[in-house]
Unconditional design. Sequence first.
Length: 312
Amino acid sequence: MDLLSDHLVRARATGAVFARTVAEPPWGLRLGGSIQLSVHTVVRGRGYLWLDTPGSTVELIPGSVTLVRGGVDHYIGHEPGAECLEPEEFRARHAHAGPADNPRATVFLCGAYRFSGDVGGGLLDALPQVMTLSAADDDPLREVITLLSRELVRTEPAQQIVLDRLLDLLLVLAIRSDFRRSATAPRWYRAAADPRLGAALQAMHENAAHPWTVPELAGISGLSRAAFARVFREALGQAPMQYLTEWRMTLARDHLRADDLSLAQIADTVGYGSPFAFAAAFRRHHGDPPGTWRQRERATADARLLTTYPGS
């Protein structure tokens, strides 16, 4: 499994179609910054997307896909600056819109993604706030957009499953496209393509529990110990063992948040010989032992859930 696949699998991204809409002007929709990643594509007609910051407007047209990273509110409407409604009010107002072939109507799809833990957060942080992708004729992204468009013009059995899978594919292609061309792609992504480092990085990610040493990693890379350490620091900005420790801590935090694994099991999974060694390393990095950290994180998550769903 390559490093991007490894990150996407560990991030446990979940996709859900929350709006497939036919809207006649005037229309506008506000989407909150709590959505970790939003995906918007126009099937028919056109629309506009903007943030609260001046100069942020982008046009939404068939054949392009726009991704918006969470943290700030964003808006889509029939024209820039249109009055925008909250999702529930928007759905109620446009529930009885005309047919999709109405020449005045815009047909668009909004998808929402949520990522689990720090691995997913790292992927999102590497993306720009707003990213618009327009696919070339031979780009697989265009084929996915075409499939989405076809699926959305009719109602079929198991349609939600098909749309979810197409959005998953859309997300992977979009991230891959951005990382390939972006100067701000994660360092691990660029380093993975370096023949001097790719195999060693792959080994660390695939088996974080192994007691790796710099000489062993250098041997995998076909370099001397000194050359490997130098090339690794130049590419990743840190020493190999520091990178490995940071990766182990990232995995440990995600396990502590999401799993019911014991501390001994987590210690074994992320490469520490005992719960005591793991607890000491975790405390050095985070100031608290892992058990205390886990309790606080889960209490915070429960409080967020109650705030979001006060009736639950």
